[in-house]
Design a protein around this ligand. Structure first.
Ligand SMILES: [Zn+2]
Length: 140
C-alpha cells in the first residue's frame, strides 16, 4: 500500500487553490482575498482606499448636477424677476441654460408639461419661445 505524502505537494496545492476561478480578487489592489467568504477586500487599507475614491466620484457627480440645477434656476430667475415672462429659447441657451436638467415637472390636465429648477419653471410655447413661471409653494 502506498502512503501518499501530502506535505511535499502542499505548497503547490495552495498556489493552485489561490488561482482558482472561485477566488475573489480585491477590487482595489487585485490580490486574491484570503479569509472569510464574505470578505470583499484584502485589507482595511484597500477597503478605505476603494470607498474613498468611490465616494469622491459620487460627490463630484452630485456637485456637478447640483451646480447645473442652481445655474438653471438662477438663469430662469434672472429672466423672470416678476414671476411671469416669455422668452426666446435662444436667450436661455446663450445664458448657458441646460435643458437636460430639472428638479421636477408638472403636466396639466390638457397635457402641457412645466419643468422646474427648484421653484423656477418653464413651459415650451410655439416658435421656440418659453413661458416662465414661479411655483409659489416652494417659497417660504
Ligand atoms: Zn487589496
Amino acid at each position: 500500500m502506498v502512503v501518499f505524502d501530502y506535505t511535499c505537494i502542499k505548497p503547490f496545492v495552495t498556489v493552485y487553490n489561490r488561482l482558482n476561478m472561485e477566488d475573489k480578487l480585491c477590487p482595489e489592489c487585485g490580490k486574491v482575498i484570503i479569509g472569510r467568504a464574505d470578505k470583499k477586500f484584502c485589507s482595511n487599507d484597500c477597503r478605505s482606499a476603494f470607498n474613498n475614491i468611490k465616494n469622491r466620484n459620487t460627490n463630484n457627480m452630485m456637485r456637478q448636477v447640483n451646480s447645473t440645477l442652481k445655474r438653471n434656476r438662477d438663469i430662469l430667475l434672472s429672466f423672470n424677476p416678476n414671476g411671469k415672462a416669455n422668452i426666446a429659447k435662444a436667450k436661455l441657451q446663450t445664458a448657458g441654460f441646460n435643458f437636460n436638467y430639472h428638479t421636477n415637472s408638472y403636466t396639466t390636465k390638457v397635457g402641457k408639461t412645466y419643468y422646474f429648477c427648484y421653484e423656477q419653471g418653464y413651459l415650451e410655447l410655439e416658435n421656440e419661445y418659453y413661458s416662465l413661471v414661479v411655483k409659489q409653494e416652494y417659497i417660504g
